[in-house]
Write a protein that binds this ligand. Structure first.
Ligand SMILES: Cc1cc2nc3c(=O)[nH]c(=O)nc-3n(C[C@H](O)[C@H](O)[C@H](O)COP(=O)(O)OP(=O)(O)OC[C@H]3O[C@@H](n4cnc5c(N)ncnc54)[C@H](O)[C@@H]3O)c2cc1C
Length: 448
């Protein structure tokens, strides 16, 4: 007897089935920090909420680098939407990808059919920006989603396994070495975590390799790392990185990478087979948004309330909200997305009731980055501090922001275990990463 398929991947319904209601329907596209906080804040309000996301879980992006460096399991930084909203009435989640919007007919076109809305909120976040450098994009790894972080973990471990098989010194060095482009928080944190792997874990795992020859490089176009933070934070982070053996290349822009070496605009050549791109993101809009609303960086220009149409709104990374304080738009940060999501819930209620909406005003709560064990930098509006105290604050803030008690507990226990045992036990190549470089075919790792 043949196997009866339970799911036909080619089946595409014509419309998304959501119960009819007399209440206004708010369709939220994307359950990142912005969409999630909006949907949660709409709890108890007289509206129907439909959240559409291409994944069935929320991702806590600030800890992706720990998944990529075998510090945390992917499950501990993700949380299923159905669990988050299980008690929220008049809330519907559908897993699907929104392809385009049609504001004239108030419809979103998705991979699971069409859906009409009364109010639409685009919260689709951002995607990696390679600034048109196709060759770099083809060979580089990016780190925006959990599958990508797992690919980085697999690739680095696969390269170490491959290095064991090589009798060429140059080849072994290249396989072990990593180039991180971008010295912002992501690049700095990633480099620090890799330096700890190099120091405490890899020499024991690979005694047959001279792991001291592994080079970890951070290439930054600005004259300092953590350029968005204070000078003190940059200085301290640079010192931390250099003491941990990371090669930091400042004032340099990578212009090409062929899978073995990166070449900078001034001719500097940096060797390494793994290049991780942490040098920039751009907005991630869908089709159908009037062209005049899309600005450089692919963000959607919105007014002070997040509106780009009569009933269309955008929040979070994808939104370009310009005001006196932020003439170039707000930074693409979790706090901006969270605050915009929460305010829009209040504003939608007011808008529907015919009342005036409140303009968005960002409250900067500060920024922080960790470089490794007992090493972090924290810039708060009134205080700045670095070192072990900053590291504990960094951990505390990240744990409380995670969604779900299980995740908070698992991450705390993992960090305690890793701290006392100098451990990174998730060094698993569960789903080997394959780059199709020979035939020059670009593999979109996120589509797997
Ligand atoms: C590696 C990394 C580290 C970071 N570290 C920090 C940090 O330390 N501090 C900080 O403040 N910020 C940090 N950020 C930035 C922060 O994560 C973003 O600013 C924040 O996630 C933006 O929230 P958002 O809701 O706009 O978008 P996202 O969180 O990106 O969410 C977008 C959602 O939309 C979904 N989606 C996208 N397109 C579609 C579609 N067409 N159809 C359906 N669903 C779709 C996605 O699946 C996703 O769930 C980091 C980002 C990265 C990548």
């Amino acid at each position: 007897m043949g196997i009866v398929p339970t799911f036909d991947p080619n089946f595409k319904p014509t419309r998304v089935n959501i119960p009819q209601t007399n209440l206004p329907r708010i369709v939220i596209v994307g359950g990142g920090f912005a969409g999630l906080n909006l949907a949660r804040s709409l709890r108890g309000k007289s509206v129907q909420v439909v959240l559409i996301d291409k994944h069935n879980y929320h991702t806590f992006q600030p800890l992706l680098y720990q998944v990529a460096t075998a510090g945390l399991e992917p499950d501990s930084i993700a949380y299923p939407f159905r669990k988050i909203f299980k008690h929220q009435k008049r809330f519907y989640f559908r897993m699907g990808e929104v392809e385009s919007i049609d504001s004239a007919s108030r419809t979103v076109h998705t991979s699971i059919g069409d859906l009409s809305y009364d109010y639409l909120v685009l919260a689709t976040g951002s995607r990696t920006n390679f600034f048109g450098m196709n060759e770099v994009e083809r060979h580089a790894m990016s780190m925006k989603e959990i599958p990508e972080a797992l690919d980085i973990r697999s690739l680095m471990l696969q390269n170490f396994e491959a290095a064991l098989l090589s009798d060429q010194l140059n080849e072994r060095d290249g396989l072990m070495s990593v180039i991180i482009v971008g010295g912002g928080p992501t690049g700095t944190e990633l480099a620090g975590a890799l330096a700890e792997l190099k120091r405490h874990i890899l020499p024991k795992d690979y005694p047959d390799l001279d792991v001291r020859r592994m080079s970890i490089n951070v290439v930054e176009a600005a004259p300092r790392v953590l350029a968005a933070m204070s000078e003190d934070a940059s200085k301290e982070a640079l010192e931390f990185l250099e003491n941990m053996g990371v090669d930091v290349w400042l004032d340099k822009r990578v212009k090409s990478f062929d899978g073995h070496q990166a070449v900078c605009h001034d001719g500097t050549v940096i060797q390494g087979n793994t290049l991780i791109w942490a040098a920039g993101v751009q907005g991630n809009p869908v089709l159908g948004i009037p062209e005049e609303h899309i600005v450089a960086g692919q963000r959607v220009t919105v007014d002070a309330f997040g509106r780009f149409g009569e009933r269309e709104f955008a929040i979070g990374d994808v939104a370009n909200l310009v005001n006196e304080d932020w003439p170039k738009g707000h930074p693409m940060l979790a706090q901006v997305a969270i605050q915009q999501g929460k305010l829009l819930a209040q504003n939608l209620e007011r808008y529907i009731a015919g009342k005036d909406m409140k303009p968005f005003s960002y409250r900067d709560l500060g920024s922080m980055a960790t470089v490794g064990r007992n090493k972090a930098v924290v810039d708060l509006p009134r205080f700045r501090f670095q070192g072990a105290g900053a590291w504990f604050i960094w951990m505390f803030i990240h744990v409380i922001q995670l969604i779900g008690f299980r995740n908070k507990l698992v991450v705390t226990l993992n960090w305690m275990y890793n701290y006392f045992r100098y451990a990174r036990d998730i060094r698993l190549i569960i789903r080997p990463y394959r780059k199709s470089v020979e035939d020059e075919e670009f593999v979109d790792v996120t589509s797997r």
